[in-house]
Design a protein. Structure first.
Length: 414
């Protein structure tokens, strides 16, 4: 695949910096915390200023954990204000780069594919990044950091790991930096897409630095973690990422089906994935009953309202698929890649780019087990159709955190 000029840009300590700007204060000299202190000392901090970050204060702490020897300014969260600033900054980005070449990753972060713009601007990717960052600073007084790389993954890691330490807040990584920089990173959870649970599984294998992943061949990870996650682990260790901005923007408007559920309490990550699995079972049943298959799936997780955070990611499948377990592997990969150690309050999944299932397309790695599994699913669906849609459930659905047992909740979710 041709190397691209990808720029990842992030607004530094966004919520706290906006509050400082509104008060005509310098975020790098002001001890400001975004938190609703009316909730008491146990209230969560949504953001801390760069000044406090430089003192070692964790941006995800509670009020009682803040240093006592610093006179802190508290700002009550104002999400509407942050969204207004986010929209303003995004409009600046779109003055330089067409919207179709930008992926709005979160309220304060974007990816840009600038490959076809460098000749037009007669600039290097570093020069273009600095120009965009300077414009944002001049118009909003907000500071940004930027990572640049030949693919999305390396651009993101360059931003997360190095850019914030550089004087100009920019870091560019090339393929030559994979061995020099990427391989020496530890702990593994510092890498985008390596969550705590993935880190733990790899630590159990004696893998602590990124370069340690290359102790084993790609097939080892595929057998141990599944095709999607196994491939991803090995590819990341070698700086490989074939994802494009177009892929990341591929929330298709084609025919689709989806399901969402607001949980009746805060769930931890293990409990939340149980809900993902149950929802996939239910949605897949409808997909198969309609004799359809899907080419694109997405997962969305919304955390407790105290955090004002969420993520949504879609992945295009290699083939049209209706196999419940294969689709679940993709959801598991998205979940583990993005999940944070925060309480979950809403889960949503979807199948898009639907097509009539006319034939089964087998890869050279498949065998007749695929056909047997198809028949197995059909038998289960037929039994549930005849005797009730929860007649046959996974054993995990008997856990107290399961919601599938109360089938009435799902009537209008599909």
């Amino acid at each position: 695949m041709k190397e691209r000029n990808i720029i990842s840009i992030d607004l530094k300590s966004f919520f706290a910096s906006v509050e400082c700007v509104k008060r005509n204060l310098d975020p790098f000299k002001t001890p400001l915390v975004v938190a609703d202190i009316s909730r008491g000392n146990g209230a969560m901090c949504l953001a801390v200023s760069p000044y406090l970050r430089n003192l070692g204060v964790n941006s995800r702490c509670r009020v009682f954990e803040l240093p006592k020897n610093v006179k802190i300014i508290y700002a009550k969260p104002r999400m509407k204000l942050y969204e207004e600033y986010s929209n303003l900054v995004f409009s600046i980005y779109k003055e330089f780069i067409s919207e179709e070449d930008i992926h709005f990753y979160s309220i304060d972060e974007v990816f840009m594919d600038t490959t076809d713009y460098l000749k037009y601007y007669n600039m290097t990717d570093i020069e273009l990044a600095l120009k965009i960052m300077k414009t944002v600073k001049e118009r909003t007084n907000l500071t940004t950091t930027a990572g640049i790389g030949p693919n999305i993954f390396l651009a993101k890691v360059a931003m997360d790991v190095e850019a914030k330490h550089n004087k100009n807040c920019v870091a560019k990584w090339t393929n030559e930096d994979i061995e020099k920089k990427l391989w020496n990173i530890e702990p593994l959870s510092k890498i985008w897409g390596f969550g705590r649970r993935t880190e733990k599984h790899l630590n159990d294998l004696g893998i602590y630095k990124v370069k340690d992943i290359n102790k084993y061949p790609r097939n080892f990870y595929i057998k141990r973690f599944g095709n999607v996650m196994g491939n991803d682990i090995w590819c990341k260790a070698n700086g490989i990422d074939f994802t494009t901005i177009k892929d990341m923007n591929s929330r298709s408007k084609d025919k689709s089906m989806s399901m969402s559920q607001i949980l009746n309490r805060d769930y931890n990550s293990d409990e939340a994935f149980l809900i993902v699995r149950e929802m996939n079972d239910l949605l897949n049943e409808k997909l198969r009953n309609m004799n359809l298959s899907t080419k694109l799936v997405y997962l969305s997780i919304t955390y407790s309202r105290d955090f004002h955070e969420s993520f949504v990611e879609s992945i295009s499948l290699s083939n049209y698929e209706d196999n419940k377990d294969k689709i679940l592997d993709v959801f598991k990969y998205i979940f583990n890649k993005n999940i944070q150690d925060l309480p979950v309050r809403k889960v949503a999944i979807g199948y898009t780019r639907l097509s009539n299932k006319k034939a089964i397309q087998l890869s050279i790695f498949d065998n007749d087990d695929v056909i047997k599994t198809d028949k197995y699913y059909d038998i289960i669906n037929n039994i549930n159709e005849k005797f009730g849609r929860t007649s046959i459930l996974r054993a995990s659905s008997l856990l107290k955190n399961s919601t599938i047992k109360n089938r009435e909740k799902f009537k209008n979710m599909i």
